[in-house]
Write a protein that binds this ligand. Structure first.
Ligand code: HEC
Length: 145
């Protein structure tokens, strides 16, 4: 009886330790980004301030009915390839972002593939957006018009 009880206690302790360990790891994964992603975001922030901020605004909120938001944008966060394509080649078609229709053209900005990757890593990880899966220059180079 006693051995059974201590076996149960040991099991419970092991389980508790294990699950709290797992929690700790997932917390670290969520908050700690790879050095590559961090550096890319830093470069992307400079690009954003030079090329995007005038329309999409410092807080990523855009301008209602004219320039769509990037903060919490369902279009951006659900359409990785289309968003890369829009930044790489420009975009002039009717799109719906968070239920609002936009149809103002965004001109091609003349960024290199590496710059498109950096600014994508910045905007998909700013203002509460979260995208741990890094976008690389190689990925951008494969997106065609
Ligand atoms: C001259 C204003 C302007 C500039 C500068 C600009 N955009 Fe846009 N952007 C727009 C407009 C307008 C649209 C919607 C285009 C459409 O309806 O076809 C758009 C759409 C987008 C979208 C897809 C829709 C969404 O909100 O998720 C992304 C992503 C985006 N822009 C990112 C950028 C990035 C990154 C930069 C800078 C490298 C940039 N834009 C520069 C005006 C601009």
């Amino acid at each position: 009886m006693r051995t059974k009880l201590s076996a149960i206690i040991i099991c419970a302790l092991l389980f508790a330790c294990n699950s709290s360990n797992k929690k700790e790891i997932s917390k670290i994964n969520n908050t700690k980004q790879s050095p590559e992603l961090k550096q890319s975001k830093e470069r992307g922030e400079d690009i954003y301030n030079d090329f995007c901020i005038a329309c999409h605004m410092p807080n990523g909120n855009g301008v209602p009915k004219t320039f769509p938001p990037l903060k919490n944008s369902d279009y951006l966060m659900n359409n990785r390839n289309k968003s890369i394509k829009a930044i790489k080649y420009g975009l002039s078609e009717e799109i719906v972002v968070n239920g609002e229709t936009y149809n103002t053209p965004m001109t091609r900005l003349g960024l290199s593939d590496a710059e498109v990757a950096d600014v994508m890593n910045y905007i998909t990880n700013s203002w509460g957006n979260n995208n741990p899966s890094i976008i690389t220059e190689k990925e951008v180079s494969k997106i065609n018009p």
